[in-house]
Write a protein that binds this ligand. Structure first.
Ligand SMILES: Cc1ncc(COP(=O)(O)O)c(C=O)c1O
Length: 636
């Protein structure tokens, strides 16, 4: 095989470029010479990259199967370090006279394995948590947070929420109750009167600055969260009257998620500082300025201000925030506040990936042209004649003609003029012509536009995952995630495909892909080989996807494996979470699976009594039903 090495290396590099691995990979991925996609932990720069197909193979030996969510702890640790170090570095460089105390918003990924590790990796930075609901506060208070870290409570709060948050102060938690509405301040005052504890209070300010990207409409004036100037004044007065103004320590504002343009962050920070100055002058002894989430992820690697990319780095984000706050506070003669941000997406998105297998392919080409038959309709004869004038300068014309004749044949079939077999031959001729047009266009540098159009006429690769369960934002907001094959990357992909998921929903498909040269309507893939699995990965799914996913067609949570990469190029399986069984998903939608089993058994017994079934069939039938109930919801 020695002679292949050069080729393998060249193809691996070419495929790395084709899929844009170095562009979007954040340094976490590498294409190996053997054609495997591998992962590496930037915190272990000397460790060899570890092949994903090998990880899958190892996990499958341990009975952990695809589809699977793979969490890599080192990626999470690296992101937590990056954001905290970026702020520390900016604080030092700018001479900022206070600290950064980030909080992780639990809603972005509530899974225990994630939240516990966020706390662990953030410990030395006094990294805290943001809770947007009572259940999230309950999670936050169960964590052993370091002394100076914060728990920031956002969201709609009832008396119970406020009571628990306030009482938690007795245990030494720095739990801040952020007042979000005029109604909430009344409840805060009432609850605090009853308790012998000084609360830590915050106010959520509604900024007028708008942002670009997916959350543009919910930013600015029309944001559904936060207090406008009028409401702020009302709240200040109420707190003062209630003798609680001295507890108002934090000012919070959140711009929206995935802010594409760093100048939007800057403008928002300037406006937030104006509020901070005014509130301080009103007598609020503010000590913390919280700028919320919004730090984006460059999913496409384009480094551009658009929905799926950002035009800044974490370092630039931190530097801009620190510089702006320092300048504004110095100008107003106010002490530098503790800086807080609530980045979620940037912390967890890269840390997990969905790995799945391709089940089969519907191919959109024809290897050979069926022969003519004596009773062929004249449109069929016209369709077959296209091959006769297929030439480089007539490719578009040939495609137009083939499409026209094929569609006319379909119309004849619908009216009953031609039968199933002639229609099937017409479809095969059409696909054959498409293959010929595609292969001529591929070798013609002038055929760029045609080639782009042909990319849409791609195969369909049917894959073992549910878009609605595992990639809900792809469906809901056209989110792009890097997606690519995990193996054979030393071979040139010979086909293009869109991906269909396993649900029976026509929306369950992915038809926009991130490639090295931009976003494409189909993905380069390899022809499937009989009996050899073909695996793919969808990357950067660690933010929002897990809990936003739903049970469409009753496909449940996938298996989850949390791994740690080691210095010696091996990995440790730290945790395995078996995916939902059918019994579990049935119970989520109010069935008792064992009642279902009993009902099925009764049905079998009735059929035996009526003589429709042999008594000896009972074991097999009931056994098959029971096995299904206890099994995985995905294709096994
Ligand atoms: C109040 C608040 N803080 C933080 C976040 C996290 O935002 P991101 O994931 O963009 O960092 C959100 C999410 O929208 C939010 O509503």
């Amino acid at each position: 095989m020695g002679g292949d090495t050069q080729n393998d290396q060249t193809s691996a590099q070419a495929n790395s470029q084709l899929y844009g691995v170095d562009r979007w990979g954040h340094g976490y991925f590498e294409v190996l010479e053997n054609g495997d996609l591998a992962i590496k932990n930037p915190l272990l720069p000397n460790a060899p990259a570890l092949s994903l197909p090998e990880i899958l193979h190892d996990l499958q030996q341990r009975d952990v199967h695809v589809p699977m969510l793979l969490r890599v702890t080192g990626f999470l640790e690296n992101e937590i370090r990056s954001i905290n170090e970026a702020f520390l570095e900016a604080i030092k460089r700018v001479g900022y006279r206070n600290a950064y105390r980030g909080v992780f918003p639990i809603k972005v990924n509530q899974q225990a394995q994630v939240v516990e590790r966020v706390v662990e990796y953030g410990r030395s930075y006094h990294y805290g948590l943001e809770a947007g609901s009572k259940p999230e506060l309950v999670v936050a208070l169960s964590q052993s947070l370091p002394k100076h870290s914060l728990i920031v409570c956002n969201g709609v709060k009832d008396a119970e929420f406020i009571r628990l948050a306030t009482l938690s102060r007795k245990l030494g938690f720095n739990t801040v109750i952020v007042i979000e509405s005029p109604r909430e301040v009344d409840t805060v005052i009432e609850v605090c009167r009853d308790l012998d504890v000084e609360p830590l209070l915050g106010v959520r300010v509604k900024l007028t600055q708008k942002i670009g990207g997916n959350w543009a409409e919910s930013s600015g004036d029309r944001s559904t969260f936060g207090l406008n100037t009028d409401q702020l004044v009302l709240i200040l007065d109420k707190l003062r009257q209630a003798g609680l103004l001295h507890c108002l320590k934090l000012q919070h504002s959140h711009l929206g998620s995935q802010v594409p343009d760093v100048n939007d962050v800057r403008r928002a920070a300037i406006e937030a500082c104006r509020y901070f100055t005014e509130l301080t002058q009103e007598g609020a002894p503010l000590t913390h300025l919280d700028l919320g989430g919004g730090l984006g992820v460059d999913y496409t690697g384009e480094k551009k201000a658009n929905e799926n990319s950002i035009n800044y780095s974490i370092g630039e984000y931190a530097a801009n925030v620190v510089e702006i706050v320092r300048y504004a506070m110095d100008e107003a003669g106010i002490e530098h506040p503790v800086l807080v941000t609530e980045s979620g997406r940037a912390v967890t998105a890269t840390s997990s990936m969905l790995l799945f297998n391709v089940l089969e392919a519907t191919l959109y080409d024809g290897p050979s042209c069926p022969g003519a038959e004596p009773d062929d309709h004249h449109l069929m004869v016209d369709l077959m004649a296209v091959e006769g004038y297929l030439a480089a300068n007539r490719l578009q014309e040939c495609w137009n003609d083939a499409t026209f004749y094929r569609n006319e044949m379909r119309a004849l079939f619908r009216r009953g003029t031609i039968g199933l077999r002639q229609m099937a031959r017409a479809e095969r001729v059409y696909l054959y012509l498409m293959s010929q047009i595609r292969s001529q266009a591929a070798s013609d540098p002038q055929a760029g536009d045609l080639m782009e159009a042909l990319k849409k006429e791609a195969d369909i690769y049917h894959c073992n995952f549910s878009l609605f369960q595992s990639l809900p934002d792809v469906w809901a907001i056209d989110q792009l995630h890097p997606i690519m094959p995990l193996q054979r990357l030393n071979e040139t992909p010979d086909r293009r495909a869109i991906l269909a998921d396993i649900t029976c929903d026509s929306d369950g498909k992915v038809d926009r892909f991130i490639l090295g040269d931009g976003v494409a309507p189909s993905l380069p893939v390899h022809s499937l080989e009989d009996d050899k699995p073909y695996y793919m990965g969808a990357f950067f799914v660690g933010a929002y996807q897990e809990t936003l996913g739903d049970l469409h067609n009753l496909f449940g949570d996938t298996n989850v494996a949390t791994i740690q990469l080691r210095d010696d190029g091996r990995f440790v399986l730290l945790h395995e979470q078996v995916g939902d069984t059918i019994a579990q998903v049935l119970s989520y939608v109010e069935y008792d699976p064992y009642d279902c089993l009993a009902a099925f058994r009764q049905r079998v017994d009735a059929a035996i009594s009526d003589g429709e079934l042999k008594a000896s069939d009972r074991r097999e039938l009931v056994g098959a039903y029971r096995d299904s109930i206890e099994g995985y919801t995905y294709y096994e």
